[in-house]
Design a protein around this ligand. Structure first.
Ligand SMILES: O=C(O)C1=N[C@H](C(=O)O)C[C@H](O)C1
Length: 295
């Protein structure tokens, strides 16, 4: 079952605005070196809607090669029958990360029917990407359990924006063989405390070892370490999400010299300098105060 911290890699661009493949490869190895359980290609953080087909394929090709070299799991953002079918030829792909249909607001029976059909068509397992503030579609615990019972659905990336009673109930009695991965960076520590199996965190491009240690500490029951580290990392995530993701993450990676430019593509625009400075300072505070070597 999926577990640990997965990093949904940004798409770095060079000074000319093209995908900076060497930088992407470097980031992939860096986060795996720091203990990330696996990678996500074409997550929200990758700005997939701003990449053309060739760029998307180049990103998946590169990250699939890295995951093959590192024997690491790879999730790939893919939400249509055509997109998931295209993953069949890629043996490195562990699962598709498939968005609850956005904007349409089909209702919960429609969501279940959608994922039943998508899973039946998919050559790879599915992780349901549930992010209602982006999709406009809420899902009850009962519906999440119905999704978990679908053949081929192996988990959920849960990004409901808070720790809700429904979330507590789901984690009190999680469906067997169904991974619950947190997708809300600022509340990932309490979600792990409740028993989430792991996380998909844009924040984990930075202080990667800290986020890995956070998940490990909650898993082994080291509550003092987990609680203290969780508070500090939550402050870092809040700073990294003070402007639309991944604008701040990219700016900090550029400030660290890890990517050639902080460029984001429209409709995203660079964050205010003050936001970037605050995130850099928060990262330094987290890194400086931690016994866990962080970058
Ligand atoms: O790229 C992702 O996957 C994530 N996207 C979330 C979002 O921006 O809504 C944030 C999370 O860190 C992972």
């Amino acid at each position: 079952m999926l577990s640990g911290v997965y990093v949904p890699l940004i798409t770095p661009f060079d000074a000319a605005g093209a995908v900076a493949r060497p930088a992407l490869e470097g980031l992939a190895h860096e986060v795996l070196d720091a203990g990330a359980a696996g990678l996500v290609a074409l997550g929200t953080t990758a700005e997939p809607g701003s990449l053309d087909q060739e760029e998307q394929e180049a990103v998946v090709d590169l990250l699939a090669r890295v995951c093959r070299e590192r024997d690491a799991p790879l999730l790939v953002g893919a939400s249509t029958p055509t997109a998931v079918t295209a993953l069949g030829a890629r043996r490195e792909v562990t699962a598709a990360l498939s968005l609850v249909p956005p904007f349409v607001r089909p209702g919960e029976p429609g969501v279940v029917a959608h994922f039943a059909a998508l899973a039946a068509a998919s050559p790879v397992p599915l992780v349901v990407y549930h992010v209602p503030y982006r999709t406009g579609q809420q899902l009850s615990p009962e519906t999440l359990r119905r999704l978990a019972a679908l053949p081929g659905v192996i988990g959920v990336k849960l990004a409901v924006g808070a720790i809700e009673a429904d979330t507590v109930g789901l984690l009190a009695d999680p469906p067997a063989g169904f991974a619950v991965l947190g997708g809300d960076d600022t509340v990932i520590s309490p979600l792990l405390a409740l028993g989430a199996h792991g996380a998909v965190l844009a924040s984990a491009h930075l202080a990667t070892a800290g986020f890995v240690e956070l998940a490990d500490a909650w898993r082994r029951g080291d509550t003092n370490q987990a609680r203290e580290l969780g508070h500090r990392l939550a402050e870092l995530s809040a700073a990294l999400f003070a402007a639309p993701n991944p604008t701040v993450v990219k700016a900090v990676l550029h400030a660290q010299g890890r990517i050639p430019a902080p460029t984001v593509r429209l409709p995203l625009v660079p964050p205010d300098d003050e936001i970037v400075h605050a995130a850099v300072e928060r990262l330094a505070a987290v890194s400086g105060a931690s016994a866990v070597a962080m970058r």
